[in-house]
Design a protein around this ligand. Structure first.
Ligand code: GUN
Length: 296
């Protein structure tokens, strides 16, 4: 089998077009524009790139945005005081603190200081807890984006064996919750694998749906998957490449060449999952502005 490509760039554009239309309608009905407050601590180049793509997406769909750029020496108190001012500001609908944070700051502590009604990343324990008990919530953007891809390509999830590789709070863990629960369009039999899993291949080889978010370049190879598997590769890793001008290339957590020979569907890297994360952030910000999840 040779895999068909899941075009996240295209589906993200459709999603953003829909959000732009909904934002226009919201504003034409007499409401102010949704507003996303972004906070970046430090100057990590990866974070700077992500923040830029998020603020550009806001401009693209008509969501207002501002970025607080803080030095990596900022104290927990200073950061949380700033978050508190945004929590109390009725003109701010969504608050996003770009991760990772410098080592002296606890991301758990910082995330918990965000008003859960403005937590458009879906990282606050209130929102993760509601996801776990199958209640409407801000769903974290990458897993929510993957579900949009399943929907767009009519890829069935119900009763399939879904295997998630990687158990991070940002992707793997909420993805596994969403796959396994009933109200969040999952209903899959779900296995979650992580760095303590013995014999990873034993699990990946039986997957109908394989979601890989481990941050390990090309760790999943063709011989580890079965014929016809649907593969969602969340990884985006820089590896040295002397033939490229930049001196590096981007690869996923899957060895694309060998895995795509056996898969029925696969996401490319880049252009697969990444653009969907940003599109879903726009959707969540509009939900926050409309107070759709937590009515007043
Ligand atoms: N760092 C990597 N992915 C994300 C994300 O989706 N949201 C935030 N806030 N930080 C991230």
């Amino acid at each position: 089998m040779s895999a068909k490509l899941i075009d996240g760039k295209y589906v993200a554009e459709l999603t953003r077009n829909q959000v732009r239309e909904d934002v226009n309608h919201w504003v034409e009905s007499g409401n102010r524009r949704p507003f996303l407050q972004v906070i970046q601590v430090g100057t990590d180049p990866g974070s700077t790139t992500y923040v830029r793509s998020k603020t550009r997406a806001c401009e693209d769909v008509g969501i207002e945005t501002d970025t607080n750029r803080l030095p990596d020496t900022v104290s927990a108190k200073q950061l949380k005081d700033l978050i508190r001012t945004h929590n109390e500001n009725d003109g701010v609908d969504g608050i996003l603190v770009q991760l990772p944070l410098p080592a002296h700051l606890s991301s758990h502590d910082v995330i918990e200081s965000i008003d859960y009604r403005k937590d458009v990343d879906g990282f606050h324990p209130m929102n993760v807890g509601r996801l776990a008990v199958d209640q409407p919530t801000f769903r974290s953007c990458t897993p929510a984006g993957i579900f949009e891809l399943f929907k767009h390509y009519s890829i069935p999830v119900k009763s399939k064996h879904a295997v998630v590789v990687g158990a991070s709070n940002i992707v793997g863990s909420p993805m596994a919750i969403m796959l396994s629960r009933e109200n969040t369009s999952g209903k899959a039999t779900t296995t979650i694998c992580h760095k303590f899993t013995k014999d990873l291949t034993q699990h990946t080889i039986s997957a109908d749906l394989l979601v890989v978010a481990a941050g390990q370049p090309e760790m999943i190879r063709g011989e580890m998957v079965k014929e016809g598997v649907v593969v969602i590769d969340v990884g985006i890793n820089r590896v040295a490449d002397e033939t490229s001008e930049k001196g590096y290339k981007l690869v996923g957590d899957c060895h694309f060449e060998s895995v795509s020979e056996k898969a029925s569907w696969i996401t490319p890297v880049p252009g697969g999952v990444g653009p969907m994360t940003v599109a879903m952030l726009m959707k969540n910000t509009l939900l926050a502005a409309k107070k759709s999840i937590y009515p007043e």
